[in-house]
Design a binder for this molecule. Structure first.
Ligand SMILES: [Ca+2]
Length: 225
């Protein structure tokens, strides 16, 4: 049993410490399993149309979570100005206030299609996105991937660093900006689902907190056979 626990701990550490910077984004064998090399999130770029901006297609309804058209919200960009070159026309918002200091939204992705490769410890997960908010603002956010077995037991977590709002580039219009974030790590054996979460956290006491995101992603790739 001790060996099992130690092995599990080593896997968990590996998940947290493996960076992907400089690595190719898709491995040469990514085509082997048709599910590899694909963005597994629904409506990852927030471009799907909806009549109610609080009902975001592909995402659960969460109070304070919404989709917006670039330019439609005062203070955040302007009409025709997107948060990034490939950001399209719409973006995601997490908005909360008062005593609420944290707000998140998640998608759960079934990765049973890669069970064999995952249990052989040959699968890498990559999460990425464009995250931001008001430059110098007191809201940060990050992306998290919780690797879980079929019973929902967490086997490991992969997370990007929270966005530093003082490092957001000065926007050409409006007061908000996005920056790319990314993290990769080994998928622990036994993983059958991945809970992808975008989590916003208040870093000050302004009482009004806004985190913005676009072009989120989660993909699996085979490292080796
Ligand atoms: Ca978009």
């Amino acid at each position: 049993m001790n060996f099992v626990r130690i092995a599990t701990a080593i896997v968990a550490l590996g998940v947290c410490s493996h960076g992907s910077l400089g690595k190719p984004q898709k491995t040469e064998k990514a085509g082997k399993n048709p599910g590899f090399g694909q963005n597994l999130l629904k409506n990852a770029g927030a471009e799907e149309s909806t009549e109610d901006t609080k009902k975001v297609p592909g995402w659960p309804a969460v109070d304070g979570f919404s989709v917006a058209t670039y330019g439609s919200v005062g203070g955040e960009w302007d009409w025709g100005v997107a948060g990034c070159a490939q950001c399209g026309k719409q973006y995601l918002r997490l908005s909360f206030e008062g005593e609420t200091k944290l707000l998140s939204v998640s998608q759960t992705v079934d990765v049973g299609f890669a069970a064999r490769e995952i249990d052989q410890s040959t699968v890498t997960a990559r999460i990425w996105g464009q995250l931001g908010g008001y430059v110098q603002g007191d809201t940060t956010s990050q992306l998290l991937a919780s690797f879980q077995d079929e019973n929902g037991k967490e086997l490991g977590v992969l997370g990007t660093d929270p966005v530093d709002s003082t490092k957001l580039s000065k926007p050409t219009v409006g007061g908000t900006s996005l920056m790319p974030v990314e993290k990769s790590g080994k998928v622990p054996p036994g993983t059958r689902k991945i809970v992808f979460t975008w989590k916003a956290i208040a870093t000050g006491d302004s009482g009004a907190y806004i985190a913005l995101a676009d072009n989120l992603g989660l993909e699996l790739s085979a490292e080796k056979e």
